[in-house]
Design a binder for this molecule. Structure first.
Ligand SMILES: Nc1ncnc2c1ncn2[C@@H]1O[C@H](COP(=O)(O)OP(=O)(O)OP(=O)(O)O)[C@@H](O)[C@H]1O
Ligand SMILES: [Mg+2]
Length: 397
């Protein structure tokens, strides 16, 4: 047995052992006549080789091509047919242990000068007993599969590493964002409280009232960041429940429009609501529907400097569509698919000046899916965006 094989580890993730690949176990006694082996080869067109075995030990090999070539040469048949098969057998075939790895076994077969793909290797078990036959051709085919697999595995490993890198990048970006988002309102609250204390001590009631308003808006924005984070972790942990009930969607949309006008903070943007009817009945989770539409309208308010925001409701037989469109900064086509990934904010000089954690759309998508609906987006850079939610008219919990 070759020294190389002694050091071959028995298992490898990529290459099987040759013992695992054996399909041909045809063994005959060396006394068998040439005629009888010839009959076997003619009876079974798939039979490529037979092993000569004595006391369970392989002692020779007969391959179809070499056999036919030898015995049917001119006058060969008459001479050979009654003789024992051992006279035409290859008595020095390559014998390898069944635990040899395919790649090593194949390289040994090829080193041995076997350019013949129909040549065969005899395989033995740990007690050197015959275990089967394997053709060089089969080994080449299997080796090609194994190598293709190695390449695919390597590609996957690369891809995974790239994904992990990207997740790491998004996480640290998120941490920076969140820290900023939490610290700014907290700082504002502390400073305002300090100023209010001074004003209160001096008896300036009007100043205290003014600052209370600012303090309230800082606290509100702090609360919304924390609520967003809690919502997303609740959704991800599968702890968010749907509570379905009949409600009037038109009422919800008008409420959202009202809040959006406040969010615009005096920017010259009008907010319009259009519904098919005065009241639009649906059975779903009204709290979640409100949150979804408010997230979209809130974004529209954030990313629109002038023009209008339209909240439009339409319907088909069993679906309701709510489209929120704006005349804001718009989104690049290549950025559209990034929108719904948690913590991602588009790296645009215009949007960088806007506050947010990049959680709104991720939450919107998750909530919409919980209500068995879907979100679509259509946008043109510099002209505006339209986010459309499609929801079933009725869901049960
Ligand atoms: N109507 C819109 N017009 C232009 N860009 C938008 C619009 N809506 C979303 N975007 C882009 O998609 C990004 C992600 O939106 P998302 O609502 O998830 O996060 P955010 O608004 O930045 O933060 P948050 O909603 O957590 O406060 C935004 O930062 C912005 O770049
Ligand atoms: Mg948002």
């Amino acid at each position: 047995m070759s020294a190389l094989l002694e050091f071959t580890p028995k298992h490898d993730d990529h290459f099987p052992t040759i013992g695992e690949l054996i399909t041909n176990m045809r063994a005959i006694s060396p006394e068998t006549t040439v005629k009888s082996v010839s009959d076997d080869f003619f009876a079974d067109a798939q039979l490529e080789a037979v092993a000569l075995v004595e006391n369970r030990r392989p002692i020779g090999l007969v391959t179809r091509t070499k056999f036919l070539f030898t015995v049917f040469r001119q006058f060969g048949w008459e001479v050979y047919q009654r003789k024992p098969i051992s006279v035409v057998a290859d008595t020095k075939p390559l014998i390898l242990p069944d635990w040899a790895r395919l790649d090593v076994a194949l390289s040994l077969a090829l080193q041995r000068g076997s350019q013949d793909l129909y040549d065969e290797v005899l395989v033995v078990n740990d007690d050197n007993e015959f275990a089967g036959l394997l053709s060089v051709r089969q080994m080449v085919v299997q080796q090609t599969h194994a190598l293709a697999n190695v390449i695919v595995q390597k590609e996957l490993a690369h891809e995974r590493a790239r994904e992990l890198e990207e997740i790491g990048r998004i996480k640290s970006q998120f941490l920076a964002n969140v820290t900023h988002e939490l610290r700014s309102p907290v700082n504002a609250i502390i400073e305002l409280a300090e100023l209010m204390r001074i004003a209160a001590e001096s008896g300036y009631v009007a100043q205290v009232r003014d600052r209370l308003g600012l303090l309230l808006s800082s606290a509100t924005s702090l609360r919304s960041v924390i609520t967003n984070m809690l919502d997303l972790s609740k959704i991800e942990a599968g702890r968010m429940r749907v509570i379905a009930e009949p409600f009037d969607l038109a009422g919800v949309l008008h409420e959202v429009a009202e809040t959006t006008r406040v969010l615009l903070g005096g920017k010259p943007v009008e907010v319009l609501v259009s519904t098919e009817k005065r009241s639009v009945e649906m059975t779903s989770d009204p709290v979640k529907v409100r949150q979804i539409v408010l997230n979209l309208a809130g974004n529209a308010a954030k990313f629109t400097e002038s023009g209008r925001i339209v909240i439009q409701q339409t319907s088909t037989a069993d679906e309701i569509a709510i489209a929120v469109s704006d005349t804001g900064i718009g989104i690049r086509a290549e950025d559209l698919k990034k929108l719904f990934i948690a913590f991602s904010q588009l790296e645009d000089t215009q949007t960088k000046s806007h506050e947010g954690t990049g959680l709104g759309l991720a939450i919107t998508k998750e909530l919409t899916q919980m209500l068995r609906g879907r979100v679509e987006v259509d946008s043109e850079l510099g002209r505006g965006s339209t986010f459309t939610i499609h929801l079933p008219k009725e869901i049960s919990e």
